[in-house]
Design a protein around this ligand. Structure first.
Ligand code: NDP
Ligand code: 2IT
Length: 454
């Protein structure tokens, strides 16, 4: 049956999408991400037909290389476990492949491919010299001991090390991968290569080549992006009610920056449910539970006392707010959630996570005239600061927090302006989706055109 939520695609681009669907059967997230970019490119090829020559767009939709490997490891009960590892090296036109590694049981090649595809345009938007890639495993870190995590990371790197390098491919963290996992992987890479090659991974600990503000960068960057959107409308965060989904790396530092800029965060979540605290979320308590103890968000209510409650399962988007920041996972915010948010008076939605809003949800926001920031623009602060970490590693330098954060702030403001100006240039003022897709595409496409058919 025809899906009425889908927008028509330019006649020259439809066959490209058909090939993506056929060649990557059973990978709905990749189809969704590719369709959304192709929907935006019709206007570009009408104005610049040269971008549709030499199968340029077909090449952009086909990863340069896809690596799938076995990851055997031994658990604490002396049992052998087998997981599957992935690295999709999507596009190296602008620099070495760059993008995170995700450990989550839902990981498969389609998820990694969609993330690598998005990453290519996101990285282009940062203006930094980085190509796009993504990796991960269906390994579930929940409930595993530190030793099990270490053995898994070591086994993962024993295969991955031959495919990466400072000038080749530079992984970082993502869902389920933070400083602990990056440390274990860096240690094994260093041992296998007998080189202290700091620039091979980002998100490292500060004592061995990490960058200040990298941990905070994605969440902070998302909130800076929202500030630019609000400022353009003559307003700011002051006193506004915000809801943030997730309570991981991105969510925690998004909450921190919203609070610093004068907003009020009343709810956040994890995969078990959500908490509402009308007095405003106590961020230190969330950090203690999620960052230090690796516990469940439900514990917040037991420890915080009166004035807050926990809702098991359910949708955090039922909590009324003016600013919604989905910072957990793909397709977590549905059309029904979008409808509720709109009815409750939301004015801005910005994706801290990668593709957290379904296509139907995005369409509703755009139709209702809600300011909407797509992930490839709004969450680009993390990878941008990774590129700053690479810069510090290459020059054997270590910058202050203030210097790094001010670079991040400048980059986010530039990304906002370039999305906004590109949307205006293509006669779609205020359409950040179109602006981000076109601005990212043009940079990658120009580099690929200059390099010939490769
Ligand atoms: P974390 O692992 O630190 O946190 C993930 C959070 O999302 C946790 O609260 C987790 O709940 C929740 N979550 C994860 N999967 C699901 C699911 N299937 N259903 C419901 N909730 C879920 O990851 P990050 O904060 O790093 O990443 C969050 C998002 O941001 C991802 O989309 C990631 O790709 C994106 N991103 C991350 C960047 C980074 O630098 N880390 C940069 C740019 C984007 P629980 O604790 O129960 O597992
Ligand atoms: O989705 C992302 O941009 C990330 N997980 C961060 C990637 C990186 O290389 O810092």
């Amino acid at each position: 049956m025809k899906d009425l939520t889908l927008k028509p695609i330019h006649e020259k681009l439809q066959p490209i999408l058909d090939t993506v669907l056929h060649r990557n059967a059973g990978e709905p997230e990749f189809h969704q991400a590719a369709r959304e970019v192709l929907e935006s490119l019709g206007r570009v090829i009408n104005r610049h037909p040269e971008y549709s020559e030499d199968a340029l767009i077909q090449r952009i939709c086909e990863p340069e290389r896809q690596i799938i490997f076995r990851v055997p490891w031994i658990d604490d009960n002396d049992q052998v476990q087998i997981n599957r590892g992935f690295r999709v090296q999507f596009n190296s036109a602008l620099g070495p492949y760059k993008g995170g590694i995700r450990f989550h049981p839902s990981v498969n090649v389609g998820i990694i491919k969609f993330l690598g595809f998005e990453q290519t345009f996101k990285n282009a938007l940062t203006g930094m010299p980085i190509g796009g890639g993504k990796g991960g495993s269906d390994f579930d870190p929940k409930g595993r001991s530190d030793r099990e995590i270490m053995r898994f990371c070591q086994s993962f790197m024993i295969e991955l090390h031959r495919h990466i390098g400072e000038y080749v491919d530079v992984p970082a963290g993502d869902v389920g991968v933070g400083a602990r996992e990056i440390g274990f992987m860096f240690g094994m890479y260093k041992r296998l290569n007998n080189r202290f090659e700091a620039g091979v991974l980002t998100g490292k600990g500060l004592v061995y080549g990490g960058s200040r503000a990298r941990k905070e960068a994605t969440g902070f960057g998302t909130v800076y992006f929202v500030r630019s959107m609000l400022n353009r409308k003559g307003t700011d965060f002051d006193g506004k009610r915000c809801v943030v989904s997730g309570s991981g790396n991105v969510a925690i530092y998004a909450i921190e920056k919203v609070l610093a800029l004068g907003g009020k965060v009343v709810a956040c979540s994890d995969s078990g449910g959500y908490i509402v605290d009308e007095n405003g979320i106590d961020l230190e308590l969330v950090k203690q539970i999620k960052e230090v103890e690796r516990g469940r968000i439900s514990q917040y209510v037991e420890r915080r006392g009166d004035g807050c409650h926990y809702v098991k399962s359910g949708s955090v988007w039922d909590v009324p707010c003016e600013i919604a920041l989905p910072c957990a996972t793909q397709n977590e915010l549905t059309a029904a959630d979008a409808k509720t948010l709109i009815e409750n008076g939301v004015i801005v939605v910005a994706e801290g996570a990668n593709m957290p809003c379904t296509s139907a949800a995005v369409q509703q926001f755009r139709k209702a005239g809600i300011m909407f920031a797509p992930g490839k623009a709004a969450n680009a602060g993390g990878v941008a600061t990774s590129a700053l970490e690479m810069q510090q590693n290459a020059s054997r330098d270590s910058w202050s927090f203030a210097k790094t954060e001010s670079r991040l702030e400048e980059i986010m403001s530039n990304i906002h302006d370039s999305c906004h100006e590109t949307a205006e240039e293509y006669s779609a003022p205020g359409d950040y989706v179109l602006g981000a897709n076109i601005a990212g595409f043009v940079r990658v496409a120009d580099a690929m055109r200059a390099m010939g058919v490769i």
